[in-house]
Unconditional design. Structure first.
Length: 599
């Protein structure tokens, strides 16, 4: 029989109607002459009731049913005679079953299909098709679908054209390692999976498609973490003849649509602040500040330059800085031992310690309080600290201070419940440095990518390599709740500027031609002024779903080791496959190629 309704949508409005439902058995309760089954589908649960008075054959069939069996039932919607469940949409009704058919049986699952599941991540990923049956996982993926649907609707309505770009492309230096794909037809040659559609979308602007978008897959071979996967999805946009301000306004309206359609939130774009990169670093110690948190960084360098506490005064003399955050009401929340333990955490940022003071009604106390006996009033005035507050300091070179206090600001806010979880704190970060120095590689790299347009007033700085490193970019990042949601920029469309940019990055003319020749040649045929942005779909869905791991919003993700436990990928391949590609992998097993053809 054809399904007439989703189980989870049945409510009092269906009283007296006969319905046919299909789904999975969530739970079964056998009372002998009466059997209850909770039926689950992607819309929720409904209670099925089996009894002789409804249908004896259906009651007998229900005796054989077990958890996760797939069944079809037909029955009458009636008011519950037992306890009403106010937490279920269908909690005031039941379906009195007149017919039951088992569509599929099921083994005992390795973990309960329940939102309170207690199973390791790898076990959940190994049986991902079971994990995805859980209501929360289904809600997450439906939320993700709402985001992409809102994106298509908004961008289509604003004249954007959905265009696919290649997955098999040329390897270009874009920051992370490429995933390489060997070519059987061209032995010794490789495609690269795209780290982004950046070069292709610039070429599309040169081709005259002035408004492009794509829900684009991207691939980067880099170390993984909670908000990063080797393959991910970008909501990718590129435009011609639009200024930075116009693009940011467009994205604001786009986000208004997404927030409304995905989570029913009325976002006011006028409430989205714009901060310069320098302002964000000065006030929050990060270029992706969580504006739900107060505790802004307070610069105490001038006050501390002559301090008797040598750690502070020496940091200033050496060209560094002294900054602090004030954790409201936290003085009694942390013992000396608990605060000393945080030093181990900030050592990863290069910090050599984490000085602190507690403010009481009598004044200040703590291990370094004696150094401020004469300056406590000035310190209280500079920090605004009140009795009961905790002051935490960092004294070092600027990057160390910023990273240390950014981490502590987030940590204390989480531990002291100082974050308003109901708030969506968007912000734009603009006026970025055009380049950033990589000490690990002892070289300068582009802060965004090599095709980012400098600020107009900084164009002359590109005439020398040293000057170029002082330039700022027409870049703009959208931040949400302390995460970078999207990154964009105005692109270089003039050959003379692009050549200077590549020279500042250390490219010789020959190396630039080897890496980006097809793009550089395209510029010689007249490129329009252009700009764009890419929002991270996975990260946006993660934030809107209220989780801190993007695996929770991806159907079949990789684990922290980059493997996929369900299919066990990546795996060795058959020797014959390697031979076809002209490759040797002596550590691979000499296995037989699978024969999928019928005998």
């Amino acid at each position: 029989m054809k399904r007439t309704n989703y189980a989870g949508l049945i409510d009092e409005s269906y009283l007296g109607q006969t319905v046919t439902l299909q789904g999975w058995v969530q739970k079964r309760r056998d009372l002998g002459a009466l059997i209850f089954i909770d039926l689950r589908d992607r819309k929720g649960l409904v209670q099925l009731t089996f009894a002789d008075e409804f249908n004896s054959e259906a009651l007998h069939a229900a005796e054989q049913v077990r958890t996760e069996y797939v069944i079809e039932v037909t029955g009458l919607v009636a008011a519950r005679e037992g306890a009403i469940n106010e937490n279920m949409h269908s909690g005031k009704i039941e379906v009195q079953v007149q017919h039951l058919e088992v569509l599929a049986t099921a083994k005992t699952t390795p973990f309960a299909i329940d939102d309170n599941v207690e199973a390791s991540d790898d076990l959940r990923l190994k049986y991902r098709y079971l994990d995805l049956r859980r209501p929360q996982m289904q809600k997450n993926l439906i939320l993700r679908s709402k985001i992409t649907a809102a994106t298509h609707a908004f961008l289509d309505a604003n004249g954007f054209i959905d265009i696919e770009t290649p997955y098999l492309a040329k390897s270009t230096p874009e920051g992370a390692r490429d995933y390489l794909v060997p070519s059987r037809i061209n032995p010794g040659s490789f495609y690269a999976l795209p780290q982004s559609p950046q070069l292709f979308k610039q070429l599309l602007m040169g081709a005259g498609f002035d408004r492009y978008y794509q829900v684009a897959r991207a691939f980067r071979d880099e170390d993984l973490r909670g908000d990063r996967q080797p393959e991910f999805t970008q909501l990718d946009v590129e435009t011609s003849f639009m200024s930075q301000a116009e693009i940011m306004d467009l994205v604001n309206q786009w986000m208004v649509t997404i927030m409304d359609k995905a989570v029913g939130y009325d976002l006011d774009p006028a409430q989205i602040p714009t901060l310069t990169w320098q302002e964000a670093m000065d006030r929050f110690g990060t270029d992706k500040p969580d504006l739900r948190i107060g505790m802004e960084l307070i610069d105490l360098s001038e006050l501390m330059q002559n301090s008797t506490f040598s750690v502070f005064s020496k940091a200033v003399v050496d060209g560094g800085q002294v900054k602090a955050i004030v954790v409201p009401g936290a003085a009694q929340a942390y013992s000396r031992k608990a605060l000393d333990q945080k030093v181990q955490y900030v050592e990863r940022f290069g910090a050599k310690g984490l000085p602190w003071l507690k403010v009481t009604d009598e004044g200040i106390n703590g291990p370094i309080a004696k150094f401020f006996a004469d300056d406590s009033a000035a310190l209280m005035e500079a920090t605004g600290a009140q009795a009961g507050d905790l002051i935490v300091f960092a004294a070092d070179q600027n990057p160390v201070v910023a990273a240390t206090l950014d981490a502590m600001r987030r940590m204390f806010a989480a531990e002291q419940d100082l974050i308003d979880e109901s708030q969506w704190a968007f912000a734009w970060i603009v006026d970025w440095p055009l380049f950033e120095y990589q000490p690990e590689e002892d070289r300068w790299i582009s802060a965004h990518h090599p095709f980012t347009m400098p600020n107009e007033e900084d164009l002359s700085l590109l005439d020398t390599v040293e000057g170029a490193h002082q330039a700022h970019a027409q870049s703009y990042d959208l931040v949400l709740n302390g995460y970078e949601l999207g990154s964009g920029s105005i692109r270089i469309h003039r050959m003379d500027i692009q050549q200077k940019m590549l020279r500042a990055l250390g490219f010789t003319p020959a190396a630039a031609q080897e890496a980006f020749g097809f793009l550089l040649e395209g510029m010689e045929y007249g490129f329009p002024p252009m700009g764009g942005i890419a929002l991270g779909l996975d990260r946006l869905a993660m934030l809107l779903a209220g989780t801190d791991n993007i695996r929770e919003v991806i159907a079949f993700p990789k684990n922290s080791k980059g493997t996929e436990p369900m299919t066990e990928a990546p795996l060795p391949v058959a020797k014959i496959q390697l031979d076809d590609l002209g490759l040797q992998a002596p550590t691979y097993a000499d296995i037989d190629a699978p024969n999928m053809a019928e005998e």
